[in-house]
Design a protein around this ligand. Structure first.
Ligand code: PRP
Ligand code: URA
Length: 209
């Protein structure tokens, strides 16, 4: 069974609360998502392997640790996942970025794919699949399925808010994928929106409603 990491650091919780507030406009919403993504990246990358190198400090030669060159790819689920890319990239600037375009059919709540472009060597990279909202889990589960079809095996799912239903769906469909979220909410409403949630993340990011 995949592990679920809930990142309840006070700074993250504070910023998530600001994002939930319906009075928070697109500019602040984008800035907050960017900041939270950066804070989450710190924890998500905790297990990156290190290697020892020798350097010379102003005082003496020293053996010290650097990241062992493990390759990362950040893959946002369009649209709302785009809002998490820059924050993570600010900590891992050498990461490549892929895109998976999915929208949730408002009637069936089933994910519909419209775009997929991944780095050529995606299967050799650790993939951070990012989307702020994990509601029914249909979009995340389908996106992980696309990645696996392209032979990606090392995948972490990074979301802002998860509903228990979505977390359970990803755990059932993809028990090998660890899930990182900033908040675990109560449930879904009849339209598949997370309660209390923050509304439609894509619309709030891009001001489309
Ligand atoms: C939202 C969100 C997720 C999906 C979550 O995207 O960003 O991708 O819904 O719902 P699920 O877990 O039930 O699949 P949406 O379909 O609204 O598309 P958008 O980002 O283009 O607005
Ligand atoms: N997608 C969103 O943007 N918000 C939700 O609450 C559920 C799905």
């Amino acid at each position: 069974m995949s592990n679920v990491h809930v990142m309840d650091h006070p700074l993250i919780q504070h910023k998530v609360s600001l994002m939930r507030d319906k009075e928070t406009g697109p500019k602040e919403f984008r800035e907050l998502l960017n900041e939270i993504s950066m804070l989450m990246a710190y924890e998500v990358t905790r297990d990156l392997p290190l290697k020892t190198v020798e350097i010379e400090t102003p005082i003496c030669r020293a053996q010290t640790q650097v990241i062992a060159g493990k390759k990362l790819a950040i893959v946002p689920i369009l649209r709302a996942g785009l809002g998490m890319v820059d924050g993570i990239m600010s900590l891992v600037p050498a990461a490549k970025v892929g895109h998976i375009g999915l929208y949730r059919d408002p009637n069936t709540l089933e994910p519909v794919e419209y775009y997929c472009k991944l780095p050529a060597d995606a299967e050799e990279r650790e993939i951070l699949l990012v989307d702020p909202m994990l509601a029914t889990g249909g979009s995340a589960s389908a996106a992980i399925g696309f990645l696996k079809k392209r032979n990606c095996r090392n995948i972490k799912l990074v979301c802002l808010i998860g509903a228990p239903e979505g977390v359970a769906r990803v755990q059932a469909d993809h028990p090998d994928v660890d899930i990182f979220i900033a908040a675990m909410d109560e449930k879904l409403n009849d339209h598949g929106y997370i309660i209390p949630g923050l509304g439609d993340a894509g619309d709030r990011l891009f001001g489309t409603k």
